[in-house]
Design a protein around this ligand. Sequence first.
Ligand code: MN
Length: 499
Amino acid sequence: MTQPASSPNRSAKLLKGATGDWEIVVGMEIHAQVASRSKLFSGASTEFGGDPNSHVSLVDAAMPGMLPVINAACVRQAVRTGLGLKARINRRSVFDRKNYFYPDLPQGYQISQYKSPIVGEGDVAVDVAPGEQIIVGIERVHLEQDAGKSLHDQSATESFVDLNRSGVALMEIVSKPDIRSADEAKAYVSKLRSILRTLGTCDGDMEKGNLRADVNVSVRRPGAELGTRCEIKNVNSIRFIGQAVDAEARRQIEILEDGGKIDQETRLFDPAKGETRAMRSKEEAHDYRYFPDPDLLPVEFDQAFVDEIAASLPELPDERKARFVSEYGLSAQDASALVAERATADYFEAAVKHEGRARDAKIVANWINGDVAAFANTSGLEVSQTHVTPAQIAGLVDLIADGTISGKIAKDVLAIIVNEEKDGDPRAIVEARGMKQVMDTGAIEAAVDAILGANPDKAAQAIAKPAMLGWFVGQVMKQTGGKANPQAVNDLLKQKLGV
Ligand code: MN
C-alpha cells in the first residue's frame, strides 16, 4: 500500500521511546449499520430494542432451504456512501461467504464481499487541528451481514443468543494506513460519522453499536517499513479510539525496545484499565475459505442508477464548509466546527438569516461555537438539541449590534435564557431587567469623576503610564454594573487625564 508523503508537522507526532523516536501507523475498519428499515437479505425489521429474537425471519435464523434476497435499499445506501466518500463505484460486485464459527451466526458463515466490493478507493479530508488537514485514503467499502448477539450475563450456567441483529446490513469502510496519531484517528472517525449522517446512510449512534471501529495499530522507526500490526476490535466511542491507539502503541514500543517482537493478533481495549489485551491470534484471509455465495447473483447496475443517486446527494460537510467561508466570510476553523454536525450548521444559518435581516455571521458563529456549544456540552447535547433557539441568538446579536447591550451583558442575557427564561425574548429580558447599556455620557462621566476623585495616586500613575487606564475602565464598569459603554468610558478617562 502507498504511504502518504510526510507533512512537516507530522514529525511532532512521534512518540519518544527509551531508545529513540517511534511513528504510530493506524488504519481502520469501520462497521457502519446501514440506515434501512429491513435487513440486508430478509424483510425482518432492523428496529433497535425489540424483545430478544422478535425480529428474526427464517432467513436470519438460517433455516435449511432459505434463500437470501438482496435488499435494493441497502445497495442504494452503499452507493450513496461511496459517492459521499468520493470513491469509485463498482457497477458489478460479488457476495462471498466468509466461513467462521460464531454461536450467534447460525449460517456458519457471514455473507460479505471479498474480492469485488461495491465501492473502491476514495478520499476523506480530515481537519485534525486548526490549519492542519490530512487526507485519509479509503481502500474500499463493502456490504455484509451483522451477526447476532450472545448473552452471557443472564444466567450463571447458560448463555443465550439473540438474533435480532443477525442479518442487519453493515457497510465495512476500510481506510488505508494513513493515520499517524490518536488525534488523527479520532478526527477521522468524527469526519466519517459526519459524512454518513449528512448522507443519511448511517445514524452514527455509537452507543447502540451502529458505528464501531476495528483499529489496526503498528509502530515503526520514522521512515522504516511498516511494522507488525495488532487489530483492536469493536471500539465503540471516539474517546476510546484515541485511548486505544495510545495504549496499544505504548505496549508495542515497550516490547520492541526490550528486544521482543509483535505477534499479529486481535485485541480488545479495556476502557476501565486503559489497556488492550489479547483476544485471539489473527486469522489470515485464507483461513476464512472465502468463496462466492452460490445463492446470490453478482450485484450489477448501470451508470444511470449511480447518476440518479448522485443527483440526490445533499450538500456534504466539505462543500458546506467552503460555502460558509466564501458566503459568510467565516474562518476555516469556525466553518469546520459548524459543519461537523449537519443540524448545527442548519442552526447557524437559521440564526444568521432569522427574519430575513442581515447580521454579522462571524459574530453569530462565535456565539454558537462558544457559549452555546459550551452549554450544549455540559448538558451532553448537540447545539441544536438545546432549548436555546436560533431566533434567540439572532436577537442577542442584534442587541449588541445596535448598541443596546455590550457583549459582556449579552452573556448575562444568555445565562438568563439558559437558566431562567427558557423561551425568553432577549430584547424583552433586557427591557424588563434594566440591562440596557448606559450610553448617556452624563451618567458615565459622574462615575468616572467619582473613581478618579477617590484614587488620586492611581490617577497620577496613569498619566505617567497610560496602560494603567485599564484599571480605571474596570472600576467604572463595576460601578455601573457593566452597563456603561466601554468605549465611552475609555474616551472620557483619556480626556480627563489628558493622555
Ligand atoms: Mn467486517
